[in-house]
Design a protein around this ligand. Structure first.
Ligand SMILES: C[S@@+](CC[C@H](N)C(=O)[O-])C[C@H]1O[C@@H](n2cnc3c(N)ncnc32)[C@H](O)[C@@H]1O
Length: 266
């Protein structure tokens, strides 16, 4: 956990994860429905944060299904209660994941993990033949299309800092080619972004994230103090509109036939 840059011990991390769930859950739920999530499925979510997605999944799979909801730090998962939902502490880089799941899922995790290619292989191996892997990760290309020179300067500094830290904020585009090359079928990747105004939900989420990283960004010298302050003012300005980063949801099916349930749509 030491090398995770936004650990749950940061004050306000629970609030940041709540904003994240509100912002991203509808898109992911739609993609999961498209992937055919159904009653009776056995599911694994890794890096679950506050567990909002696992909670929804537990309702979809019903009493005959099962959801393993896991994170390296389970403190925000302790309030989750459903008879078919099991909370487990799993470090995705090394702990056993289990196997033979109908669905393996992660959102906003791989970009932080330096061993992301190996982790993607581990997640793929945990899916049963005919089962589904769903990976949603950011791709920051839209933020650089802002009309504000100050904000572009900010994002360029932020992205240079994250690359130095081993964070890949462009990983969203890399999942589909890797899964296709490894033999997964029906590979689809949909990226979605939002044109948002200051003070909106995405603006508050981004501002909170940046405030958690403020010390790191300023001390790196890659984001200047003035650029920082002006960018934070833009995130708080209801008249200012700009692009959020994109979140790419990749869905893919492991080759082979599924026992019992029908195959998801191709
Ligand atoms: C950006 S948050 C995303 C949370 C949640 N998936 C969501 O989208 O709302 C990243 C999550 O990954 C977890 N995490 C970080 N490193 C991990 C690891 N090595 N194994 C499992 N989880 C990890 C963090 O504790 C955190 O909950």
């Amino acid at each position: 956990m030491a090398d995770y840059i936004l650990p749950h011990s940061i004050p306000q991390e629970d609030e940041r994860l709540t904003l994240m769930s509100r912002m991203l859950d509808p898109q992911l739920f739609f993609r999961l429905e498209q992937a055919g999530v159904a009653a009776g499925w056995r599911c694994l979510e890794v890096g679950a944060g506050n567990g909002s997605v696992s909670h929804w999944l537990a309702e979809q799979v019903g009493p005959g299904g099962h959801v393993v909801c896991s994170d390296i730090d389970t403190r925000f998962l302790s309030a989750l209660e459903a008879p078919n939902l099991e909370v487990r502490r799993i470090d995705v880089t090394g702990d056993p994941l289990g196997e033979d799941y109908d669905l393996v899922l992660t959102r906003a995790l791989l970009h932080h993990v330096p061993q992301r290619i190996d982790v993607l292989r581990r997640l793929a191996a945990a899916v049963r033949p005919g089962g589904v892997l769903v990976v949603e990760e950011p791709d920051f290309h839209p933020v650089l299309a802002t009309d504000s020179p100050v904000l572009r300067d900010f994002w360029e500094g932020f992205l240079a800092w994250s690359a130095n830290e081993g964070i890949d904020y462009f990983v969203g585009r890399r999942i589909a080619p890797q899964l296709a090359a490894s033999g997964f079928e029906a590979v689809e990747a949909h990226g979605e972004t939002i044109l948002f105004a200051g003070r909106s939900l995405p603006a508050r989420y981004l501002a909170l994230t940046m405030r958690e990283l403020e010390g790191e960004l300023l001390s790196s010298g890659l984001v200047g103090k003035t650029t920082w302050a002006e960018s934070m003012r833009l995130f708080d300005n209801e008249a200012f509109w700009t692009w959020q980063n994109c979140y790419v949801t990749t869905t893919a099916r492991r080759p082979g036939s599924r026992r019992g349930a029908p195959a998801p749509p191709t």
